[in-house]
Design a protein. Sequence first.
Length: 696
Amino acid sequence: MKNMEQKEEKMSERASHQNAGLIKIARASMVGISVMVFLGYIMMWCIMPTDTYYNKWVPHIMADTNSTYFGLQGPIILDFTFPILFIAVLGCFYTYLGKRMDANEVSCCKTNDSFKFLKKPMIIKALGVVTWIELFFFGMFILLTLWYFSAYMHFWYEKISMVAMSRGDKVWQAKLERLALVIGLAGNVALTFLFVPVTRGSSILAFLGLSSEASIKYHMWLGNIAMALFTAHGTLYIIYWGLTDRLSEMLKWDETWDQTYVNNIAGELCLLCGLIMWSTTFPRIRRTMFELFYYTHHLYILFIIFYILHKGLFFICIMLPGMYLFVIDRFLRFLQSRQNVRLVSARVLPCEAVELNFSKSRALEYTTTSTMFVNIPIVSKLQWHPFTVVSNSSLEPDTLSVVIKCEGSWTKKLYDVVSSPSSIDHRLQVAVEGPYGPPTTHFLRHDTLVMISGGSGITPMISIIRDLIFMSSEQKCKTPKLVLVSTFKNTSHLSMLDLLLPLSSTPSKSYNLDLEIEAYITRENTQPTEKSEPIRTIHFKPLPSDIPIASSLGRYSWLWLAAIISSSFIIFLLISGIYTNYYIYPKDLNMMRIDLMTRRTVFTIFLIFFSIAVTSTAAFLWNKKQNARETKQIQDLDEWTKGKSFSAQNDNADRELESLPYQSLVKTMKVHYGSRPDLNSKHIITLCLLCTTPIP
């Protein structure tokens, strides 16, 4: 019998390795195809501001793609919209296959990642923590912008005499006008990529091994570059109109494209919205008046609408991919955030922190250090706050937990609501969005992890430790040595260490984890004699309509996202083609003169939102039905346990949690009073040298 079992295990391992090999081949093929498509896309950007593009490429492209269904818009869609959406769909399949790979091969492999060096930090002080791959793409963007600007300047300055003659301007005036134009065109490059970093569920970011949270700095840089260029663009045009006695151009709203190709009023309104947003992004304003910054940023909707009306249909297709993927992601986030989730319990700590424990779908999996946005209407109906998810989806398959510490008015009010006696046996209405996290983590690739935190910054470390607790309990791989260096204000804040173990953990269970803790108490010189208050557990009674936290697109979210991107774009093309063929073309024969461009542009904007809303809503409702079955099972389980007294649970909670031996999880623990950690000490430096990458 033992021989038979061993043979079956070997056959199972062999089949697993074969499947993993096929998945690796498929993913490598997707990477190769995506690289070729992206290089072709960049080539189109590089060739656009040249004579070759306008004199040789455009005539051939128009001859080969001229259609009564799409008209002049068709070639632009083919060259600039389709490639990025195609890469996004491939990214969905790439990420899905990556999650299907055996966890052992993903997490335990230390040498098979051929691109591991691309993810190592390159610059830390000047730009923050930047990997080689991030530095490569940002450098490529800077070079593309500089090339785009210089090539267009060369293109127009060669014809500057003709431009001046046609406008009745002096040569220097024509040069000023062309400079203003080219600066605006260069700003389009930044705007094209502006929405990619803030698409939280982006398959492109996952394809690159990046997360939206880590990429937010690129959105800030791109936004600053775009607004600087657009501001210079608008200012130079106003100066040009003033010098040539044409200030009346500022009030011009062209309805046809036979002369100027732009709507100036729309451009001015676009710039005004952008300047209002930009003025609130400066660090001093953003940090002291965050709500002003946050709500002002919703002007991006008007900014985009006026931008499209200003530039017209051709430029909407060039800038469309990033905006298109962002709108899909934003609409799915909206659908998820409209639901109330099941908050089952909370742990109240004496350091004015609270751990909220939600019921979650077993199909929901997330990576370590993920973040989730939380809205609690009783505290504020409008405010959404991001918090680190400290639970592990494998260790706690039915629970998702976040830790919230009192740091401001919102968190203080939440703590008062949860910790008050009236909250016991009551329901707390909560809506969430997420969780969002890095596509993969590679903590097991290191022999030693040094984690340095201060105050509430310990929450990502709790997430990492719980992940490694699961790994050590499974005994699939050797877990690294862990060193946690954490600072706290006073002794009561040491209760945060009780959260290293989940609420559902067994006190008597031992964990094969090599963990050392160095805790520093900065505002107390000696250990206090009074005993700190115990941790309280509060249980809530959710309504039957409250649902477990689940992905908006279910278990196969990446496949559903690929279907939404593909189907919505096909619907957009079909309706747009029918509209162009049977309404536009019979009137103007693709001359773009009879039909009002504003009306057609507004219809295109509506069509984009319509196609995305229909497909996203259908996918969301389908997966919501699937999740309803699991919700019914949870409700049945609640009925079975209804006989248990909530008061009895609360009476036992203090004693049970107080006896939780998190010390058994910790190999050694030292508490230092009245001091701060010396990060230049020999001990920490030696440990960091043992790490491949320390976690700040």
